[in-house]
Write a protein that binds this ligand. Structure first.
Ligand SMILES: Cc1cc2nc3c(=O)[nH]c(=O)nc-3n(C[C@H](O)[C@H](O)[C@H](O)COP(=O)(O)O)c2cc1C
Length: 169
């Protein structure tokens, strides 16, 4: 699957909007992710307003590229409410799988992106939740900055046979 090997973080974007049909295919890829007990605990916030993107950029010291990005998608977890509220943290893996699925679809669409870590930095989680009006049982997990890449990313072969253990460590 070439998207896996072509994918690199892209932090520099052309001033060009991302088509709605591409955004929808990227979101569909997120929804297709595996999840523990097939709970599919995700919700997605799609942000393309420049002032909102600039506001998110201010919430993390590592999110400056959002000033240039055409859009951002924030995969969020819905922890449920009342007796149904989740105590376990399997959802972190569910949301990671959804985030990676979207990064790969983004490559397939001829776009570029970078995964920005949000949860478990609770300062970032709080700032994002307040700005976008998230209820307390919904937490932003990551922010994906995306757009048309200003430069084609360089492929990198990271295979390290010494880190592979067949049968026993
Ligand atoms: C959990 C996680 C959090 C990350 N947070 C940031 C971030 O805040 N800002 C950023 O520029 N890149 C962030 N990255 C991207 C990594 O820096 C990048 O994936 C890594 O350097 C490997 O490069 P590659 O994505 O080009 O393969 C994050 C990646 C992951 C998986």
């Amino acid at each position: 699957m070439s998207a896996i090997f072509d994918r690199r973080s892209v932090r520099s974007f052309l001033p060009k909007a991302v088509e709605q049909y591409k955004l929808e295919r990227i979101l569909r890829a997120g929804f297709q992710a595996p999840s523990a007990h097939n709970r599919q605990p995700w919700e997605f916030i799609v942000i393309s307003d420049a002032a909102d993107l600039a506001a998110i950029a201010e919430m993390s010291p590592y999110a400056e590229m959002l000033q240039q990005a055409a859009a951002a998608i924030a995969p969020c977890v819905n922890l449920g409410q009342g007796n149904g509220i989740r105590q376990d943290t399997w959802w972190v893996q569910d949301l990671s799988a959804a985030t990676e699925n979207m990064l790969l679809q983004i490559v397939d669409e001829g776009l570029g992106a970078v995964w920005l870590g949000w949860y478990p930095d609770m300062v970032r989680v709080k700032a994002f939740s307040e700005h976008f009006g998230l209820p307390s049982h919904v937490l932003p997990f990551s922010v994906i900055a995306l757009g048309y890449p200003a430069n084609p990313p360089q492929k990198e072969d990271r295979y390290e046979p010494a880190k592979v253990h067949y049968g026993r460590y």
